[in-house]
Write a protein that binds this ligand. Structure first.
Ligand SMILES: NC(=O)c1ccc[n+]([C@@H]2O[C@H](COP(=O)([O-])OP(=O)(O)OC[C@H]3O[C@@H](n4cnc5c(N)ncnc54)[C@H](O)[C@@H]3O)[C@@H](O)[C@H]2O)c1
Ligand SMILES: N[C@H](C(=O)O)[C@H](O)COP(=O)(O)O
Length: 335
């Protein structure tokens, strides 16, 4: 299993995703083991723009990997990709590349999936289907019965989210007891099985300032989060230690973090702002609770940097390394 390649999708073809894939493949120290699902002509053009030398080899699932260069499963774009100028006409092909990569992973031809950044707006506008993010889309594609959890890992933080890509106004209604329980359960199971952390310590934040201040600043803690945590504590028993709800600011103080393996936050920016402040450019996004390993970068499409050669590849390299570790841990856990 761990000798299989990783499937990689460069993501938005006008963004920096193709740069990261090509620069990684051109690195003399690069040991190989990636297959790109992308338009070979678009990759070749970006390589020329970057001045990067990489030989691209057409690849099909099950075929042997070339001894050097970058294997590519071809997924043609509708229009030539212009660096920094996203084109909705390419949105369907960009999603198709993701679909082919997921199929290759599910069919056992690749050990996991590493995704480059997509623009949710370009995909939504270009395909006329709402696209809120890879996490939600992959869950749908993979037919996961569970509900995948978005976790970002960087610096000394692991942050998981109860709600992900939705308007802030919709967040309180989206936080239900069942959802809190599912997210804590999925996070605990992934920490134990994928990350090999026995008895993980999980800190769960509240939604409101000061975790609701005893009901004076909001009722979600008393009415929803506390009862849900009580139920999941009983379910998990000694397998994990769940604390909370703690105020969202206090959760990120050094003392709290020393006592936690993961912080579960109620909404996107409550968790990702502290994480990106600490580790942007070197952190990894991982989808917990999927039937396969999927990691991604911590940054977006950075249209301003596409084809400039100035896109940092730290997060992409970490995403590849973590995908390999998680795949190896999963393989060990299933023998
Ligand atoms: N994994 C993903 O698919 C993913 C993650 C985050 C954002 N996005 C998408 O990206 C788009 C743009 O989002 P944004 O502008 O908020 O964030 P962004 O990460 O694209 O850009 C924020 C800033 O960081 C810089 N930056 C980003 N990546 C960098 C890198 N590798 N090296 C150096 N500098 C880098 C950019 O130049 C910009 O100044 C949105 O459509 C969003 O949905 C996708
Ligand atoms: N929420 C992520 C971030 O801010 O880094 C990002 O948008 C990617 O999410 P998906 O992996 O679901 O596309």
């Amino acid at each position: 299993m761990t000798s299989l390649p990783l499937a990689v999708t460069p993501g938005e073809p006008a963004g920096i995703g193709p740069d990261l894939v090509l620069q990684t493949a051109a690195d003399a120290a690069w040991p190989g083991g990636l297959v790109a699902f992308a338009d070979p002509e678009a990759l070749a053009r970006r390589a020329r723009e970057l001045g990067v030398m990489v030989t691209l080899h057409e690849w099909a699932p099950g075929a042997p990997l070339p001894s050097s260069g970058l294997p590519v499963y071809p997924v043609p774009l509708a229009q030539p990709a212009e660096a920094g100028r996203p084109d909705g006409a390419n949105a369907a092909a960009t999603l198709a590349a993701l679909d082919r990569a997921v199929e290759a992973v599910l069919a056992g031809h690749c050990m996991g999936l590493v995704t480059g950044p997509l623009s949710k707006a370009v995909i939504s506008d270009g395909t006329s289907r709402p696209f809120s993010g890879h996490t939600e889309y992959l869950a749908e594609r993979a037919g996961a019965t569970g509900h995948p959890v978005m976790m970002l890992i960087g610096g000394n933080l692991r942050v998981a989210l109860v709600t992900t890509h939705l308007p802030l106004r919709a967040v309180p209604d989206a936080i239900t007891g069942d959802k809190v329980i599912r997210v804590v359960r999925t996070t605990a199971e992934a920490l134990i099985e994928d990350f090999a952390i026995p008895e993980p310590r999980i800190l769960v934040t509240g939604l409101n300032p000061h975790a609701g201040e005893g009901g004076h600043l909001g009722h979600e803690e008393q009415q929803i989060i506390e009862p849900a945590l009580e139920r999941i504590r009983q379910e998990l028993g000694d397998r994990a230690h769940v604390e909370g709800p703690v105020p969202g600011d206090t959760a990120f103080t050094p003392r709290c973090l020393r006592e936690a393996d993961t912080v579960i936050c109620m909404y996107h920016d409550q968790g990702l702002a502290p994480l990106k402040q600490q580790a942007f450019g070197g952190a990894v996004n991982v989808s917990l609770g999927l039937p396969f390993v999927r990691t991604s970068v911590d940054h977006g499409t950075a249209f301003d940097l596409a084809a400039s050669g100035n896109a940092g590849g730290g997060s992409f390299r970490e995403a590849i390394a973590l995908a390999r570790t998680l795949a190896a841990n999963r393989a060990r856990a299933t023998v």
